[in-house]
Design a protein around this ligand. Structure first.
Ligand code: SF4
Ligand code: SF4
Length: 366
């Protein structure tokens, strides 16, 4: 290729690509694929989804970010390729009130550092600086579309990207790189197959019926949105359906046969559940966690969730969610803490506490 200098510059495209992926696996990524850039295959579906208002209050998806998402050339000008990386987080721990992705340390910084590590390796390998930018679930990119294009899996009917050997419990990150004409990488074929077949388990299992059809999620009805993204009161008709879910929901992934088949132990120490979440899987554990959150002062919240993805929800939001959880799975023993919340400084927490109190008292009376 006439790229003389360090060892990596003498190599063939195939060998360079193989070494790059081997390095990604060495850094701790579980899957790696390479793609060129361009308009996403799901662009029209994305526009229709926005048009329908299914993004709810996530305005950042609809404003200028939408235009950037319509072509992966746009977020990092000049980029020619994306190296798409996946890191598993599912683990074998039982279901619980907190979604699996948020039980351990926040993945953003860890994966950003790791993705930067791949950038540094590539520059060293090529013996020259490489213009590149890491994205970890934060840039204006339709990441699942990009991953499908890089051959990592297909879009399940639950809208998640599913890999036939790893399921769907993984974080996606990507390194956008500007490669000159003298530096080639082998790109992967898009994952063309749809392996959902006639299965509809995810659609059937959703407690709020948030899917309007296969691969179309009305986020405004989804428990993940309601408990993590919604900055307001949870609509009353949906509260009962939230059950014991305090933060996020994994149901449409947990029922998926591709996750049932490929569940593996967590490799990443940082993603192991925090101590306070270890026993939260049982009904008693869920109630105890909800009570603990309701009794938290801001300093307790900051200490308990330091470095955790859970902090995307402010304390008042967690308290709102905890009221709903106790209203659904609590007992008369939880009334005292709920009644204390009737005087909370936040009006939304007060209203949710009142809702939960009435529910528990009604149960007790019947
Ligand atoms: S995350 Fe839960 S609420 Fe949301 S679509 Fe999946 S099953 Fe339904
Ligand atoms: S549960 Fe079935 S339909 Fe849903 S994503 Fe998994 S395989 Fe596809």
């Amino acid at each position: 290729m006439g790229e003389g200098g360090a060892a990596g510059r003498h190599t063939t495209t195939a060998e360079r690509t193989r070494r790059l992926k081997a390095q990604a696996f060495g850094l701790g990524f579980d899957l790696a694929g390479i793609t060129t850039l361009g308009p996403p295959a799901t662009r029209a579906a994305f526009d229709a989804w926005l048009e329908a208002g299914y993004h709810g209050g996530m305005a950042y998806l609809a404003d200028e970010g939408a235009e950037l998402r319509r072509d992966t050339h746009r977020p990092h000008v000049g980029a020619t390729h994306a190296i798409v990386l996946a890191t598993q987080y599912g683990g074998r721990e039982p279901s619980g009130p907190v979604a699996r992705y948020a039980r351990g340390d926040d993945y953003h910084e860890l994966l950003r550092e790791r993705t930067r590590g791949l950038h540094h390796w590539l520059a060293a390998e090529l013996g020259r600086p490489i213009d590149a930018r890491p994205y970890v679930d934060s840039g204006p990119i339709l990441e699942r579309d990009l991953a499908q294009r890089a051959g990592l899996g297909w879009f399940g009917k639950n809208t998640m990207l599913i890999n036939p050997k790893a399921g769907s419990f993984f974080f996606l990150s990507s390194l956008f790189v500007v490669l000159g004409p003298d530096i080639a990488l082998d790109v992967d074929d898009p994952f063309a197959a749809d392996r959902c077949g006639s299965c509809t388990r995810c659609l059937d299992a959703c407690p709020t019926q948030a899917f309007t059809g296969p691969r179309v999620l009305d986020a405004t009805q989804c428990i993940s949105y309601l408990t993590i993204e919604l900055r307001g009161a949870i609509p009353e008709p949906l509260r009962e359906k939230i059950g014991g879910l305090l933060y996020g929901c994994d149901i449409c992934q947990e029922v998926c046969p591709w996750n049932v088949s490929f569940t593996t132990s967590l490799r990443e120490e940082a993603f192991r559940p925090r101590d306070m979440l270890l026993d939260a899987g049982s009904r008693e554990g869920t109630r105890a966690l909800a009570r603990e959150i309701l009794m938290m002062e801001p300093a307790d919240y900051a200490a308990a969730f330091k470095g955790s993805a859970i902090k995307r929800a402010k304390l008042w939001m967690l308290k709102r969610n905890a009221c709903v959880v106790l209203g659904n799975v609590g007992t008369a023993e939880d009334l005292a803490v709920l009644e204390a919340m009737l005087a909370d400084e936040d009006v939304i927490v007060r209203e949710h506490a009142a809702w939960a109190t009435v529910r528990l008292e009604t149960d007790r009376a019947s």
